[in-house]
Design a protein around this ligand. Structure first.
Ligand code: PLP
Length: 423
């Protein structure tokens, strides 16, 4: 199990107000202890996917070693064990998001599938010709393309709320775009490129005043901040297991039960029915109505283990530590000449994207890799956002709570090397 000595306390060190036993945390992540190109690995690509603590790896292994069986079907011991563990994981997720009921938690493959589910099912039922879906200018392709497909099919229109040069939503404009034809707002909670934390509470309030439901793409928020869907009053919330220190191939759609109940099924097959004849099928109740076919059982169970692990550290501690690390990195970056941070919102978390004058991000990333530093370069599946800033790509360093100031220093040294080689 995870260690318990992770406190955020006031420190006498002037530079830091947060102490957090990061070295102890790092021991929970076997992958971090390695060299890449002869240098200690500095993993700063956590927004793409995060590393897994041993408890998660062991939970997957335990399932395959001891309990491997299909769920919701067997009357035998293994199937009952597997079913219990899987449904326990659902309850862990329910508590993690503070959902009212576990049937509001739908297991999917990831944030992308969760959004597609809502676009297909909610969209099919509630969106008609001339209607509008409102997104923002900082969406990931996963929260653009499913709505474009829906709009094309239905003759509806995709509206986009603009942002300022710092990467903050223009709230007045957002509010103006909420109209009688808006059927849904689908917005990112935290931007994967800019790190912007959107004013989601205010956005939801504004939408609800006009009776419009809101979906939040929480892929980059859930790993960094505590999420309370009842407090937010959001209607749908999505995230991916693999960005939350869990396995790939599993993710979550939270939906308000009354909305989910009224939606048609997403996919047809086993587990989503209560009875089938060739004439008529009666659909299963929530959450199974949306869970056709055998899911990634091991990954679901291991996601539950990831949530237990995060709870043992505490999301508040994680947020405080990461915010402090981000501030440290931002300050260091701001001293590098001809480097520009893309995304300087007042409220930010987890991510520093940057461009360097006269240097292509891919070259920057390649040189950093030679230093053992893993960052992401490219458009980050947010091409319209790149266009908004009139850049082809960025280099992105994205943080996790196992990252250290020393690693930020290594990144800064790596950037000096980049300058030496490319300038
Ligand atoms: C903001 C955001 N939304 C959605 C996704 C899609 O997540 P997944 O590929 O796990 O479905 C990502 C992943 O990069 C993301 O950053």
């Amino acid at each position: 199990m995870a260690t318990t000595h992770h406190h955020v306390t006031e420190s006498t060190d002037r530079k830091s107000t947060v102490t957090f036993d990061v070295e102890r945390v790092r021991k929970d992540f076997p992958v971090l202890n390695q060299k890449v190109h002869g240098k200690p690995l500095v993993y700063l690509d956590n927004a793409a996917t995060s590393q897994k603590p041993l408890v998660v790896i062991k939970a997957e292994e335990h399932f395959y070693r001891h309990d491997c069986s299909n769920i919701h079907r067997g009357v035998h011991e293994l199937s009952e064990r597997a079913t219990r563990s899987y449904e326990d994981a659902r309850v862990k997720i329910q508590r993690f998001l503070n959902a009212r009921e576990s049937k509001e938690i739908i297991f999917v493959r990831g944030a992308t599938e969760a959004i597609n589910l809502v676009a297909s099912s909610f969209g099919r039922k509630n969106v008609n010709a001339g209607d509008e879906i409102l997104i923002t200018a900082m969406e990931h392709h996963s929260n653009i393309v499913p709505w474009q497909i829906l709009c094309e099919e239905k003759g509806a229109k995709l509206r986009v709320a603009p942002i300022n040069d710092r990467g903050e939503l223009l709230f007045d404009q957002f509010e103006k775009l909420l109209g009688p034809k808006t059927r849904l707002v689908a917005a990112v909670h935290v931007s994967n490129v800019l790190g912007t934390v959107n004013p989601v509470r205010e956005m939801i309030e504004a939408a609800h005043r006009k009776g419009i439901p809101v979906l939040l793409d929480g892929a980059q928020a859930a790993p960094h901040v505590a999420v309370d869907v009842q407090e937010l009053e959001c209607d749908f919330y999505t995230f991916s297991g693999h960005k939350l220190y869990g396995p790939t191939g599993v993710g979550v759609l939270y939906g308000r039960a009354d909305l989910l109940d009224a939606m048609p099924p997403y996919q047809g097959g086993g587990d989503m029915i209560s009875s089938v004849t060739f004439e008529k099928t009666i659909y299963n109740s929530l959450p199974y109505k949306f869970e056709a076919g055998t899911p990634n059982i091991a990954a679901g169970i291991a996601l539950g283990a990831a949530i237990d692990y995060l709870k043992s550290i505490g999301m508040e501690s994680i947020t405080a530590y990461e915010d402090e690390l981000l501030a440290y990195a931002t300050e260091a970056f701001s001293r590098i000449p001809r480097l520009k941070i893309i995304g300087t919102a007042d409220k930010k978390t987890g991510v520093i994207s940057f461009v360097m004058e006269g240097m292509h991000p891919h070259d920057v990333g390649t040189i950093l890799d030679q230093e053992g530093i893993a960052v992401r370069t490219g458009h980050h599946c947010a091409q319209p956002l790149m266009e908004r800033f009139r850049i082809p790509a960025t280099t992105r360093a994205s943080l996790a709570f196992y990252n250290t100031r020393k690693e930020i220093d290594a990144l800064i040294a790596g950037i000096s090397k980049v300058k030496e080689l490319l300038d």
